[in-house]
Design a protein around this ligand. Structure first.
Ligand SMILES: C[S@@+](CC[C@H](N)C(=O)[O-])C[C@H]1O[C@@H](n2cnc3c(N)ncnc32)[C@H](O)[C@@H]1O
Length: 196
């Protein structure tokens, strides 16, 4: 089974350089947000991306889902200090069950999460369950390349593993982006759940 994220590294998630290397505005474009969607940031951590993305959801909701209470507590603190334009709801996932209904999300975003769950069919099925028919998944992972940041390449998924995970989730790939297109050091894939 893939390694769990070590919550003692939470401050690394908060490095502002991340927002330059992988700009939230580019993710908003990939998510095709118009402002009223329901978005799940799956594996949201401390909400480093949940909060800027919620600025583009003035009439929508962003559920920040994570399995680690300590990380969601940091997000709650930030929400108290500086609430974004859109409604953000931290949601704790317990034993791979997210307490939200089937098809709850028009969009799901996963940043640097798939490598933790790519070999966990129950967790992947939960992501598919949460996505509405016709809804979009935006998947972002570090690329296998020389990089000044991120995990070593042997901890990074190969392109074939990304494509296989999406296929295994029953989703259809719409577009794929190489490093330099969306993020300096990331690949991104947009996939869609069949409409019915
Ligand atoms: C590398 S961190 C990325 C956090 C955030 N997406 C970001 O980019 O700042 C991976 C996150 O995924 C969460 N995670 C891993 N497996 C999960 C699962 N099965 N359900 C919910 N969250 C999970 C971890 O707790 C951690 O917060």
């Amino acid at each position: 089974m893939a390694e769990k994220f070590d919550a003692s590294h939470a401050s690394k998630l908060e490095n502002p350089a991340r927002l330059v290397e992988l700009p939230p505005a580019k993710l908003v474009q990939l998510l095709r947000l118009t402002g009223a969607e329901t978005v799940i940031d799956f594996g949201a951590g401390t909400g480093m991306y949940s909060l800027p993305i919620a600025e583009s959801l003035p009439d929508g909701t962003l559920f920040a889902v994570d399995e680690q209470q300590a990380l969601l507590d940091r997000l709650r603190q930030k929400l108290r200090e500086r609430p974004p334009a859109g409604h953000v709801e931290p949601v704790l996932s317990l034993d791979d069950h997210v307490p939200l209904p089937d098809g709850a999300a028009d969009r799901i975003l996963m940043i640097n999460v798939l490598h933790h769950i790519y070999d966990e069919p129950v967790a992947l099925a939960e992501v598919t369950r949460l996505l509405a028919p016709g809804g979009l998944l935006v998947l972002v992972e570090f690329a296998r390349m020389e990089r000044p940041v991120g995990p070593p390449n042997d901890h990074v998924l190969a392109a074939e593993e990304l494509h296989a995970a999406i296929e295994g989730m029953g989703l259809t790939e719409l577009a794929a982006y190489e490093p330099g297109e969306i993020g300096l050091y990331h690949v991104a894939i947009v996939a869609q759940k069949p409409a019915s």
